[in-house]
Design a protein around this ligand. Structure first.
Ligand SMILES: NC(=O)c1ccc[n+]([C@@H]2O[C@H](COP(=O)([O-])OP(=O)(O)OC[C@H]3O[C@@H](n4cnc5c(N)ncnc54)[C@H](OP(=O)(O)O)[C@@H]3O)[C@@H](O)[C@H]2O)c1
Length: 293
């Protein structure tokens, strides 16, 4: 993996690359550095620790236990999605076919940094979601940041048509959350709670209101938020103006057909504008990171 566009301060004076980062050290040289010098183009495998540094959430975030300066963001919602060159967000109904090993490393890193993973019910149903794992690679970092050993999964559903006998609900490390509207079926709410899930009402009707959902999670101290879609849920976060960052993997593939894009829903009257924060590359896959302006 190599860095094509730095996350570090682009205005910082160019640092001399460490000896092992010189181009002749490829493919095992280091790619650290504050400049856009060739040091950033050195190709090698990044450790999970380095990926965690590169993808760190902005700090400080305000939590109920740790107040931060008043201008600090109260919470941060990032999305992680993968798309083909022609905009497909799935192939044969799933995203696995358009992903890669490096994409999965970044997927795991983003989970390793998050307090909560917010996901639409259809993605849970189609992708067979399981509870998030506690991983040694992130244990010390999470403990130091006062995080649970693994992120909670928060499933967004109006129908609550979910299989509550699955491990996602019955045996997660951290209780799974179910976000729904006030009109949700009381029987299904009871089934969810009986399975061990915590149900959070974040909408007055059948559905969840995106801004209420992210605020409710932040009020529980879950301020480092990650959504893994799917497209219909992500479209609502974007439309509500609560999406702070998009970690978009561009897969070097064409699938043609009529697959969903990474967002779905009614067109926005004014496009949301994002600025590029970083680009990594491996095997032709681009791992982009955009922040809302
Ligand atoms: N390329 C990628 O990175 C990526 C990522 C994730 C998923 N995917 C793919 O995307 C597809 C699934 O995505 P999708 O867009 O069809 O579905 P989705 O966004 O995962 O889930 C839609 C469902 O979420 C619930 N939901 C969404 N908004 C809601 C709201 N405001 N209030 C209450 N419930 C709400 C509803 O569940 P109920 O029906 O239960 O009410 C709705 O049917 C799959 O093929 C998956 O493989 C791709």
């Amino acid at each position: 993996m190599r860095r094509l566009f730095p996350v570090t301060d682009r205005t910082a004076p160019a640092a001399a690359p460490p000896p092992e980062a010189r181009p002749e050290a490829r493919p095992s040289g280091r790619s650290e550095g504050r400049s856009e010098a060739p040091v950033n183009l050195v190709d090698r495998e990044w450790t999970l620790d380095e990926l965690a540094e590169a993808y760190a959430y902005p700090a400080p975030l305000t939590t109920p236990d740790a107040p931060a300066p008043s201008d600090a963001p109260h919470r941060w919602l990032r999305a992680n999605m993968v798309s083909t060159l022609d905009g497909a967000a799935q192939h044969d109904g799933r995203s696995q076919a358009i992903s890669s090993d490096a994409d999965m490393r970044i997927f795991g890193t983003l989970r390793g940094l998050a307090d909560v993973v917010i996901v639409g019910a259809e993605t849970v149903r189609l992708e067979g979601y399981r509870p998030a794992r506690a991983r040694d690679a992130f244990a010390a970092r999470r403990a130091a940041d006062g995080q649970a050993p693994a992120p909670a999964i928060a499933v967004v559903s109006a129908s609550l048509n979910l299989d509550f006998s699955l491990p996602l609900f019955t045996s997660p490390l951290v209780p799974t959350l179910v976000l729904t509207g006030a009109a949700a079926s009381p029987d299904r709410v009871r089934d969810a709670e009986k399975a061990g899930a915590r149900v959070i009402v974040a909408g007055d009707g059948p559905g969840v209101e995106p801004d209420r959902a992210v605020t409710a999670l932040a009020d529980m101290g879950l301020v480092r938020q990650l959504t893994e879609g799917g497209p219909r849920l992500l479209g609502q976060f974007a439309a509500a103006g609560v999406l702070d960052e998009l970690c978009l993997t561009v897969a070097p593939l064409l699938t043609v057909g009529s697959a969903q894009r990474i967002t779905g829903g009614p067109v926005l009257p004014d496009p949301e504008r994002f600025a590029l924060a970083a680009v990594l590359e491996e095997a032709g896959f681009l791992f982009t990171r955009y922040r809302r302006i």
